[in-house]
Design a protein around this ligand. Structure first.
Ligand SMILES: Cc1ncc(COP(=O)(O)O)c(C=O)c1O
Length: 366
């Protein structure tokens, strides 16, 4: 029997009605899932990769890159304000030192070119008049997986990106933020800024899960030595305590604070912060590229001092802005505003705050 063409069309319509809707829902769901899983691209941003300025979305690195296989490389993060790279010289010194320690050639011409590459990226990414961060990563390059170093002529992989830096809210500096604690599980060369950051990742995740800003790293259950991505300072008996530069990542922001404290006549005691002195800690803050200074008012369930941002912290926040002033007058006002620091430039050489040891200004390595 011959089928009527209209009946066939009718049947197709029915099949479509029954199957097409669930199918399209399934396809839509799968597409959404795939796009959620895909790493977020940074539309419009350029990066530098191995000699070329290319769209970030097109940047590709081999799966044989030793950074991917062994975390065999290092990185730097510098803040830029209106095109000015903060602490450029210090960041370059730390980068070269790290490369030397890892036995990656620090005399490569590209290392000298990094500040120029960073400035060009700030331009390309429309950040020359904004706050930004510049991330540099150098790995030992691409080679078949084998632990020992690859052939000496293997070129390192060099990646640089400049991204916008969102302003921290005024409440961050005025009210302070909280921290949690965790044992320090890092290797003994955490003075090198390697890309091997798993303990730091786990620590920051703990902070995030507790709605805290930072996770302080505790050694031997006794000493606060650092934080997941910052250095740590405590005010004890009016003196400023911070772990010595060896066996921590010597932060550029840390060094600025130590220098500024000295200028302000605040005695700096360079030693790990003993948990046993908790009751004597009146102020606590962390330092890092980003906020510069982050006042910590609570750690785990313990309130620091009176739970408010203290006078030494405030003084040093202002003094940090003064460092921007020394480096680049045009950007200092913006930095001070961003940090919620209500101080005039010429007031930055203010006297030591109440509670700080006056006139000492010594750096004590305990
Ligand atoms: C573990 C650790 N300590 C300290 C710092 C602070 O260093 P800097 O002040 O140079 O940003 C960082 C910054 O990334 C860090 O990762």
């Amino acid at each position: 029997m011959r089928r009527h063409p209209q009946a066939t069309l009718h049947q197709i319509d029915r099949i479509a009605a029954v199957w097409l809707l669930p199918l399209s829902i399934l396809v839509f769901f799968l597409c959404c899932r795939a796009s959620l899983r895909r790493p977020r691209k940074m539309p419009g941003l350029f990066c530098y990769l191995n000699g070329e300025f290319i769209p970030h979305a097109d940047a590709k690195v081999s799966v044989d890159d030793r950074g991917f296989l062994f975390a065999d490389g290092m990185y730097e993060v510098t803040k830029a304000c209106k095109g000015h790279l903060f602490g450029e010289a210090e960041h370059m010194v730390r980068l070269r030192r790290g490369l030397t320690e890892l036995r990656i050639d620090s005399a490569l011409p590209v290392v000298d070119e990094l500040p120029a590459i960073a400035r060009k990226l700030l331009q390309l990414n429309g950040l020359a008049d904004k706050d930004a961060t510049v991330y540099v990563q150098i790995t030992r390059g691409v080679a078949p997986r084998y632990h020992a170093f690859p052939a000496a002529d293997t070129p390192p992989t060099v990646y640089v990106i400049a991204k916008p830096l969102a302003a921290y809210p005024a409440s961050f500096f005025e009210d302070g933020v909280t921290a949690v604690t965790m044992p320090d599980m890092r290797w003994k060369r955490c003075d090198i800024k390697t890309i091997s950051l798993l303990p730091n990742v786990l620590a920051k995740q703990k902070a995030k899960e507790h709605d805290a800003y930072e996770c302080l790293l505790v050694r031997e259950d006794k000493f606060i030595v650092e934080a997941s991505h910052s250095n740590v300072f405590a005010v004890i008996d009016g003196q400023l305590w911070t772990p010595a530069r060896d066996n921590i990542l010597p932060g550029i922001s840390r060094d600025v604070i130590v220098a500024k404290a000295g200028e302000l006549g605040i005695t700096v005691v360079e030693t790990a912060i003993p948990i046993a002195r908790w009751a004597d800690i009146t102020e606590l803050f962390t330092t890092s590229t980003g906020p510069d200074v982050a006042p910590i008012v609570k750690v785990d369930d313990k309130v620091v001092g009176d739970g408010k941002v203290g006078p030494v912290t405030k003084q040093l926040l202002a003094a940090f802005a003064g460092r921007w002033l020394e480096e680049d007058k045009a950007t200092a006002a913006a930095r001070m505003a961003a940090a919620g620091v209500a101080v005039k430039a010429d007031a930055l050489a203010a006297k030591a705050p109440e509670g700080a040891a006056s006139g000492a200004g010594a750096v004590v390595t305990a």
